[in-house]
Ligand binder design. Sequence first.
Ligand code: HEC
Ligand code: HEC
Length: 457
Amino acid sequence: MIARHLARLSIGVLAAMLVVSFAGRSGVSAQQPAPPPGGQPPQGGQPPRGPPGGPGGRGGFQLRNVQVLKDVPPDQWQLVMQYVAASLGVQCNYCHVMGDNASDDKETKQTARKMMQMVADLNKQFFAGKPAVSCASCHNGHAKPSRTAPLAVNMTQDEAAAAAAARGRRGGGPGGAPGGAPGGAPGGAPGGAPAAAAPGGAPGAAGAPGGGPGRGPAGPPPAPPVTETVDQVLSKYVQALGGQQALQNAKTRVMTGTITNRDLTTANVTVTEKNTGEARIEIATQPNPTIRATNGTAAWQIGGGGGGGFGGGANARDIAGFQVQQGFRLADFALPLNVKQRYQNLTVKSAYETIEGKQAVVLTGSPYPNVTEELAFDRESGLLVRRTVTSGSPGGFGILALGEQIDYSDYRDVSGVKEPFTVKHSTWNAVTTEKFTDVKINAPVADTVFAKPAPQQ
Ligand code: HEC
Ligand code: HEC
């Protein structure tokens, strides 16, 4: 558990997801993300940051000693390293000499390089070149993977009941005396039933433990087959939100509330969207706000770290690629009516999942060529409860597999449309929870809020 916490690179940024802005922007100066705007020092117990300052510092991006990951594009480099660190539950300096990432002085780095080659070979040889295996497959948050299978755990009440039922189906279970000798009095009383010998034998005989320890063979009964189609799931979703017409009539959405980081620091947040794709997320970080916006085509950002100082300066900078993908995942106002346009290869997963104790039907699809997403809908209410996002690398070397999860809850009715008032976004190094206190549908929104501001003098 602790290792898992350590795994998360400490960023302490309210706009935690903005951490990715480092990937494309500052080159990779071998640094962990800079302190947040108005940021807290990292909390006790969490190693603060990686080695300060790499060769050349910010801006100059020169790889000097790359032998395996040759085809990782420069703007992905930071992400790949974040992925590696998170997979092992370590910080950069577990492998790197402080201030000199090109150095091979640490044995762990040499081992890691061999591992990178191993992963490439495994995928090539055994998985038809698909990125099936990566660091997390074995390491799962630990520097040293475990060889032992996980220990058995107690069944839940439901599992225990299912196990008991399965024992019953198998005919009395182990320990059921075959002949039922002691129980059924053969002689019987006059007029007694001839077949008094109960099949299972004496009561109590079935008490012997069956089914093996823990999660033995007598698990829950086989899952029911999924009956819904993609279209059924989507139309139920639209219906649950208030219907096609109500959604079409909702042209803008303005949500205000708070956003809380995993270190429990909180700031105010305002999310402004139009149903035509424009979006702006503004977080009231100090001293400067953190803003990210798109007019539907270009995207820009202010703050969010980087730039060598708190707040990353007050000037807007363009963002692209993964930063845009991740930066606007939560700007999903237009999603309900556009699922089919937004996701390629939509299919229904073959089994139901259980989320927060409730059955969910799950669609999978691909919003970008190297990203897959699962959209989980509460089977009863029809509402979207979770999105699970996996981003791979567009480069040929597929070790990158960054996971994100978005949980939607507390749906409430706003002007005839249901809106989630709580949205939690978890990534490999950040968790943010938005709690909205006010959501307005069709409040007037000027297009200027999405336009990139001119640089300040
Ligand atoms: C588990 C070990 C490991 C961790 C943790 C790790 N790296 Fe690396 N890093 C490597 C290896 C191995 C290479 C060389 C890869 C190759 O040769 O293809 C490398 C290369 C680099 C390089 C290129 C250096 C050069 O000029 O050749 C940079 C920059 C870098 N890492 C930054 C980071 C940052 C930043 C972090 C923390 C987010 C980090 N690394 C975490 C193993 C690691
Ligand atoms: C097929 C399973 C597997 C995969 C995939 C894998 N590793 Fe490992 N890794 C191991 C095993 C096993 C060890 C040895 C642990 C030990 O010594 O007890 C190890 C050890 C390491 C160590 C040395 C840890 C230490 O403290 O001595 C590093 C660093 C490492 N792996 C990095 C990586 C990286 C980076 C990746 C992804 C590119 C990766 N591994 C993928 C199985 C794997």
